[in-house]
Design a binder for this molecule. Structure first.
Ligand code: ADP
Ligand code: MN
Length: 182
């Protein structure tokens, strides 16, 4: 099974993919490294940008050669690619903010990522781009190891669902407004 782990930066993709790699014995590929290999990254002064079309055409070739693997990255949800399972990691916006602050992200980047998480950005894109199973996993208050064990249990067939995540109530409490204006 080819498993994509995606989600907003800071949700724990890299750590959880490594843990899941240990549990399954499957290779773990990092989409950021594949983007470099594909020469799809343009390094600029402020921020580097990725040519998503170039990345995904190369990624498709890499994935076609493997039956079992784990690949991870926030760009994973941006376009279709060969996968049998997509896991979208979710983290409560306040915890996500703390993780990014600890990591030294700029305020602007933190706000942008918190907003993406609040609006289910990755999950909605995954739904648009993938026809395989798409699961959400809430990492809030859970260790990367516990999260990986949950995904492993799903792969094994010992559980048949993960989480259903929505920060709508939190957003409503914070802003006093419903996100869809209802
Ligand atoms: P991503 O690859 O999604 O950006 P990382 O795996 O690199 O996320 O983790 C981002 C940061 O959040 C790291 O500093 C890591 O230590 C922390 N972190 C990741 N998962 C958890 C977790 N479940 N609980 C607490 N902190 C976590
Ligand atoms: Mn990462």
């Amino acid at each position: 099974m080819r498993v994509l782990i995606t989600g907003t930066p800071g949700t724990g993709k890299t750590l959880i993919a490594e843990e899941l790699g240990k549990l399954t014995g499957w290779d773990v590929l990092h989409i950021s490294e594949i983007a470099e290999e594909a020469s799809a990254v343009r390094h600029e002064e402020e921020e580097s940008t990725v040519d998503v079309a170039r990345l995904f055409s190369y990624l498709g070739l890499v994935l076609k050669k493997k039956k079992n693997l784990i690949f991870e990255g926030h760009l994973g949800c941006e376009a279709p690619c060969p996968a049998e399972l997509v896991v979208v990691l979710r983290t409560h916006p306040e915890e996500l903010e703390k993780r990014m602050e600890k990591r030294g992200y700029y305020r602007e980047k933190i706000d942008e990522n918190v907003m993406a998480e609040l609006l289910d950005y990755c999950y909605q894109l995954a739904e648009k781009n993938f026809s395989c199973d798409i699961l959400e996993l809430d990492t809030t208050g859970r260790t990367p190891k516990t999260c990986a064990e949950k995904i492993f249990a799903y792969i094994n067939g010992s559980i048949d669902a993960l989480d259903k995540v929505s920060w709508e109530n939190y957003l409503e409490r914070k802003t006093g407004r419903h996100p869809r204006g209802e």
